[in-house]
Design a protein around this ligand. Structure first.
Ligand code: TPP
Ligand code: MG
Length: 359
């Protein structure tokens, strides 16, 4: 199913990377560093993502959820946030997490199944990835409500996919945000599919954004492959939240180029023509590269130098993650139950006893 680009808020960049009138006024307000940072982060995220798929194929990390194609939605929105804001991600938001300050080593440790990958470093307000769909939404409302009660300026943003809109948690969270007028943002990356199920089987209305009205929220639908548009929409949602104007539901229309995870085969449920259209004509990174090149902010030598930097930075993170001591096998028993059931206790004791005898 090809995503309709109709009813979209007007873009900042056309498909060839040229600024629209709206894009032009945003562009004038950005510093050169800001303009470059959209590119630097999108390229870093893409390199990290491709490298992670390779690491999974080599058996060096576990099942991985690729995000290639969704870089503009993630980087644009994350760059509109501040260090004080709380981020509640799903399992596909490594791009958001990186921009928000989570070290690459940390992200890799999560995908290696290490408990350390779930312990967010101090000062970084990114929660660990939420795998049970939509469970992060009510929790984000808790953080948002707490901020409101404490009269803090922080905003809570929940990231989720189109499939998550079929969960009760989505509706409960939006209702709560509307009734309590919370400083929250719902950021839906509508990539057209919940694993193999197309959006048309998730919703009888054609967009996610229009659902906002039913809960008294503002809804906006943007081209998720236009990094300037996702930045601007999120910046405005942050402004509204901090000003006490309530929550915004942003629907960023995008596409994942690859499979749902490294355990999935998307060729079984997506048409080749549809994939090619998005991969070849709507790539968010090359669209923005074209703009920077036309504006004289990026040339081939700089692009190659940045790619080299990305590779080195990622190599270093991989090395650090792989050099960490292996966890003791008893970790398998820990961190699941507050009070471990007797059967697991027995297994843990058996393992320890057996291990001592072997040793
Ligand atoms: C509560 C729950 N039900 C089912 C699943 C299995 N599951 C994992 S990912 C996924 C699809 C989610 O699709 P979407 O919200 O569009 O996010 P995307 O993967 O496209 O980023 C499902 C159904 C789950 N993780 N949690
Ligand atoms: Mg989806």
């Amino acid at each position: 199913m090809v995503q309709s680009l109709e009813q979209m808020d007007s873009p900042c960049l056309d498909q060839d990377g040229r600024l629209t009138a709206k894009g032009n006024s945003l562009w004038q307000s950005l510093s050169e560093d800001q303009k470059l940072s959209f590119y630097h982060w999108m390229a870093m995220v893409r390199h990290f993502d491709r490298r992670s798929v390779i690491l999974q194929r080599q058996g060096r990390i576990g099942t991985y959820a690729p995000l290639e194609g969704q870089e503009a939605a993630q980087v644009g929105s994350a760059l509109a946030l501040s260090q004080e804001d709380w981020i509640f991600p799903s399992y596909r938001e490594h791009g958001v997490a990186m921009v928000a300050g989570l070290p690459l080593t940390h992200i890799l440790l999560y995908w290696m199944g290490r408990v350390e990958g779930n312990r967010t470093p101090k000062g970084v307000r990114v929660l660990p990835p939420y795998v049970p769909i939509a469970t992060q939404l009510p929790q984000a409302m808790g953080a948002s409500w707490a901020a409101k009660l404490k009269k803090e300026q922080s905003v809570a943003i929940a990231y989720f996919g189109d499939g998550a809109t079929s969960e009760g948690d989505f509706h409960e969270a939006l209702n709560f945000a509307g009734v309590f007028k919370l400083p929250a943002i719902f950021f839906c990356q509508n990539n057209g599919y919940a694993i193999s199920v197309p959006f048309s089987r998730q919703s009888a209305v054609p967009t996610v954004a229009e659902r906002a009205a039913a809960y008294g929220l503002k809804g906006i639908r943007v081209d998720g492959n236009d990094v300037l548009a996702t930045y601007q929409a999120t910046r405005e949602a942050v402004r509204r939240a901090r000003a006490g104007e309530g929550s915004t539901l942003i629907e960023a229309v995008t596409y994942r180029k690859g499979s749902h995870t490294t355990a999935d085969d998307a060729t079984r449920y997506r048409e080749k023509e549809e994939v090619e259209e998005w991969v070849q004509k709507k790539d968010p990174l090359s669209r923005y590269e074209r703009l920077l090149t036309a504006e004289g902010l990026l040339d081939e030598a700089e692009r190659i130098a940045w790619e080299k930097h990305c590779r080195e930075h990622i190599d270093q993170a991989v090395q650090e993650a792989e050099e960490m001591l292996a966890p003791p096998p008893t970790h398998l028993f820990d961190h699941v139950f507050a009070d471990m059931p007797v059967t697991l206790h027995r297994q843990r004791n058996e393992w320890e006893g057996g291990n001592e005898q072997n040793g």
